[in-house]
Design a protein. Structure first.
Length: 132
């Protein structure tokens, strides 16, 4: 403030901003870059492993249940314990097995009813009667 023009204060400000802040050396910056790259690559590998694992964990049970449903639609109403896991997919597998048992019981009941309705020698039991 001794300067009559009043520029002394601005000159001090310029001198502070003209100094560079201390930063990492080029060797340190390269080291940081390597660490960042290693963390990125490790994250990518972990992500790929997780995605592949989840894909297998989901697709294997879905495929097994779909195969079992195809067998049921083909007339195989036997129980398949291999689709009853200890998770949500296992709950679906248990329901599919129960569905197969229920369908089998309904068909057996229908056949028994038709046999009772038409004793031997009257009307032959046709497959369409069992499914109607």
């Amino acid at each position: 403030m001794n300067n009559p023009s009043g520029h002394h204060h601005l000159e001090n400000t310029r001198s502070y901003t003209a100094h560079k802040l201390p930063g990492p050396s080029p060797q340190q910056a390269g080291g940081y870059l390597n660490i960042i790259l290693a963390v990125f690559l490790l994250s990518a590998v972990i992500g790929v492993v997780l995605i592949c694992s989840l894909f297998y964990i989901v697709t294997q049970p879905v495929h097994a249940i779909r195969t079992r449903l195809t067998a049921i639609s083909g007339g195989d109403f036997s129980r398949d314990d291999s689709i009853e896991w200890d998770n949500e997919f296992g709950d679906i597998g248990k329901a599919v097995n129960q569905l197969a048992v229920n369908i089998h019981n309904l068909i057996d009941a229908k056949i028994a009813y038709e046999k009772q309705k038409f004793p031997k020698g009257q009307a032959p039991l046709s497959p369409s009667l069992a499914c109607s």
